[in-house]
Design a protein around this ligand. Structure first.
Ligand code: HEM
Length: 512
């Protein structure tokens, strides 16, 4: 009605004052302007136009205006977590902010209360599935399987057979062996070049660790091929993919995902076939593949589902650990006093005559505090990596959230919030000392780098066990120094990486 009145008003005024082409142009322009204002210039952007129309709730949901059709997509680059944190704080929308990613409605929480509400809500137990994720077969794996009996079954199998405390301690010898190899490589590299770029070595160590616990020690060429595939998969999922939002294959990403999915199927399928041919021997092996192949009949998975879950384990277990250890080393190099304190602790508890073991970690609270502090300042998943999807209409913070909305938690914003953390930008592991009960496993949303709720990371205990042991072994053996000034710039891909690989020097502590 308002629109009609406006058009009539312009028509009448213009008819008497100007020639008809000008009247027509003015009319069209005002209609277009009205359309733009109504459909695009809504808080949170274009995707929220119907929400604001039908559920006007001016006091509750706020978000930035953004580009027509694209919404906030152009800003979702390698610093998305920082930009979103800044906007949420400037709009006073840390509890809940709306944005549009293409035509997708997204809510973002940068506050522990609303983060908990989202992550623990039964309505947000699924994840949005993008085209690239589907093509890379993650739809059938734990991370992206829709919430329901299939997902519950996979998660139960993985929890019992891959992530149980018994299996994690079973694989300590493997973690030790890889730590020995890494230390050997550090010595070799130092002798040859006088410095070391630790990232490649950590990636290779993490890859061997996960490949062996998933497929056993007999992988030859297939292991190398899987390593290359993980690398390509990271590139494909890590880079922003426009075809996840628009039905066109920009830059051939979909095609590459499809091709990679087929290769994974072929390689993992071949490993499974080989293992089946070994028949009886399967039961004597200890790796995850053997466990899956020897499950009771009622638990047996289809071959394609097995490929998906095995591939997911390798994919998820490789980079997260390597990236975190690189950040920790960067921080301990930058803060030499922290490094010395950790080494003193190791010397007092373990000494120099034997290697640190898993069982020593509980007696190294300062080392654990360093890991917590790095997870706070550099959470590998600053937006908790994988978003959640509202399966049906729900309420968050008393606001109506329609089914199909994507929810993200900006964990980076929470862990840098000065109202939650004193001196929030400073690196101070001491803040966790005498607070051993501060859990980072998902119960306290002030620091939940592994997520929380039903879909919390199932690999968190294994991940932390690996990080603690390798860090302790590397600090026990070497004094770490910078090769050039440490650059803490970040780059958000699938995980939050150091933008420039850490280049450092490692001096044997026994010869200093
Ligand atoms: C430092 C190491 C790690 C970090 C920081 C990390 C972080 C995360 C985060 C933030 C989530 C999303 C949780 C949520 O939505 O609430 C997640 C999910 C997941 N992670 Fe991890 N992760 C790590 C190591 C691992 C490892 C070693 C594995 C397996 C080998 C693993 C397997 C998974 C899987 C399968 C999921 C999906 C769970 C589901 O949707 O049910 N993660 N991880």
């Amino acid at each position: 009605m308002k629109l009609f009145m406006l058009a009539l008003f312009i028509l009448v005024i213009s008819y008497y004052a100007y020639p008809w082409p000008f009247t027509l142009a003015t009319l069209l322009f005002s209609l277009l302007l009205n359309f733009l204002l109504n459909y695009w210039l809504v808080p949170g952007g274009f995707a929220w136009r119907n929400y604001t129309y039908y559920h006007r709730n001016p006091n509750k949901l706020h978000g930035p205006f953004s580009w027509p059709f694209l919404g906030f997509l152009p800003q979702m680059g390698s610093c998305a977590h920082r930009k979103l944190a800044k906007i949420a704080s400037s709009l006073g929308s840390t509890r809940l902010m709306t944005i549009s990613l293409g035509a997708t409605q997204v809510i973002i929480s940068s506050h522990p209360d609303t983060a908990k509400e989202i992550l623990w809500s039964a309505s947000f137990s699924s994840r949005p599935l993008k085209e690239s994720t589907k093509l890379l077969m993650f739809e059938r794996a734990i991370g992206f399987a829709p919430y329901g009996s299939y997902w519950r079954n996979l998660r139960r199998i993985a929890t019992n057979h891959m992530f149980s405390p018994r299996r994690i301690s079973c694989f300590e010898s493997l973690r030790q062996l890889i730590a020995d190899k890494m230390i050997g490589e550090v010595v070799k590299e130092m002798n040859e070049s006088g410095f070391i770029e630790i990232r490649g070595l950590l990636r290779q160590g993490s890859l061997s660790n996960i490949l062996e616990s998933v497929f056993g020690s007999s992988l030859g060429l297939e292991g190398e091929r899987l390593g290359l595939m993980v690398k390509e998969g990271y590139e494909l999922i890590g880079e922003f993919n426009w075809s996840d939002y628009f039905p066109l294959d920009f830059w051939g990403t979909k095609r590459r995902c499809y091709k990679l999915g087929a290769q994974v199927n072929e390689v993992v399928g071949e490993i499974m076939k080989k293992r089946r041919r070994e028949g009886e021997l399967v039961n004597m092996k200890n790796d995850f593949l053997s466990v899956l192949l020897s499950l009771a009949k009622e638990d047996q998975l289809k071959d394609e589902d097995m490929v998906a879950i095995l591939w997911e384990m390798v994919f998820r277990g490789t980079d997260t650990i390597a990236i975190l250890v690189e950040w920790i080393l960067a921080r301990t190099i930058l803060h030499q006093d922290v490094q010395e304190k950790a080494q003193e602790e190791i010397d007092t508890c373990v000494g120099q005559n034997r290697n640190v073991q898993d069982s020593d970690i509980q007696n190294l609270p300062y080392l654990q505090a360093i890991v917590k502090e790095v997870l706070r300042l550099h959470p590998p998943g600053p937006l908790l990596s994988w978003a959640r999807l509202a399966m049906h209409d729900t309420y968050i913070d008393k606001c109506f959230i329609p089914a199909g909305t994507t929810a993200m938690v900006n964990m980076w914003a929470i862990t840098h919030d000065p109202t939650i953390w004193e001196d929030s930008w400073a690196f101070k592991p001491e803040r966790f000392i005498n607070k051993e009960d501060f859990s980072i496993m998902g119960s306290d949303l002030r620091l939940a780098p592994f997520g929380s709720g039903r879909r919390v990371c199932p690999g968190r205990v294994l991940g932390l066990a690996t990080v603690h042991l390798w860090l302790a072994r590397l600090l026990q053996r070497f004094k770490w120094l910078p090769n050039k000034p440490v650059d803490l710039s970040e780059c958000l891909k699938l995980s939050l990486e150091m933008k420039k690989p850490l280049a450092c020097r490692a001096l044997n502590r026994s010869s200093i």
